[in-house]
Design a protein around this ligand. Sequence first.
Ligand code: FES
Length: 374
Amino acid sequence: MTNAQTNQWMDLGLVEVLRQKPLQEVRVGRTRIALTFLNGTFSAVSGVCNHVGGPLGHGQLDGEYLVCPWHAWKFHCRTGEGEPGYEADKVPRYALEERDGHLWIDTESATPRAKVPHAPHPLARPVVRQPGPLRVVGISTTNMDERHRRVSTSELLLDVALAHAATVSGTETRLIRLSALKFRACEGYYSQAAEACTWPCSITQMDSKDEMDQVYEAIVHWADVILISTPIRWGNASALYYQMVERLNCVQNQITIRNRQLIKNKVAAMIITGGQDNVQAVAGQLLGFFAEIGCTFPPFPYIAHSRGWTAEDMERNVEQVRNSQDLREGAQALVDRAMLAAQRLLATEPMARLSRGGRKAHRLEVERTGAVPE
Ligand code: FES
């Protein structure tokens, strides 16, 4: 040891204990260190990731690289350098010494941190509405076996609405069937830290095979009107609807942590069908969420059909929906209202700034007594 008497050397603990974990986070005061024990050698680098501060000491090892648990950026466990191609992106490394069965770290030996931008994900581009006609995306959330599809009444009415929208001069339409996409359930990055739930979604950044990017692309960058269709399953929207909404937390979280509204001047409307009643509760959930991410609604923002409570003849349900002129006209009128509302929004200046008074994460001025000043 070179200078055990100065304060720069700090005792991390017993070697015998520390060598039991190949990777761990240790703290020296308020400094987080990612400590590794690999092939009989200790190494220490900063425990704070260069990306948005993920805890490298809680990640995993991929050979000699630390893999950040938040978005999988990698740093060499000894040098602190980023993975091949990003060597100039460095987290600080520290000198270590073993003495008398203890491991010591030189807190003054930290090398400089160097941040090099990584290529941004395509979804991270600025959200700018491209010129062109009105654009309507339909998102069908019913869960069907894609190889042996049956008729979904909610999707059937969504198809009617999209076909009608396409007849309005120049309107572009797009249908996304969630059942045809392979996308992971939300893994709760927000619950680790608000900053861990990023835009684009942490999973999307890490997993190029995850197909939720198609939903993000459509509703954030492309569509003016978002039409969501869902069946009712035991009084709730479909399981796939919730899987999608959980992954949309990253859109809402940008408002919370960045005051950044990704969804602007967009209109949402819903089609809800069910074999038992609970239409208004399901509608309430859908409206609440899409309001939360910044959507606007037309008058009467949803249509619905429910059967089964007093007439449990579900074998006739599909036929009834398919042949119902009322429901077809209802679906057409719904998309008409939504498109009209979207045209009006696009013709006006977007709201310059949102007031978040009373909203979650709004920093209210609160006196020490806890009372809000008048
Ligand atoms: S915070 Fe480490 S990869 Fe994002």
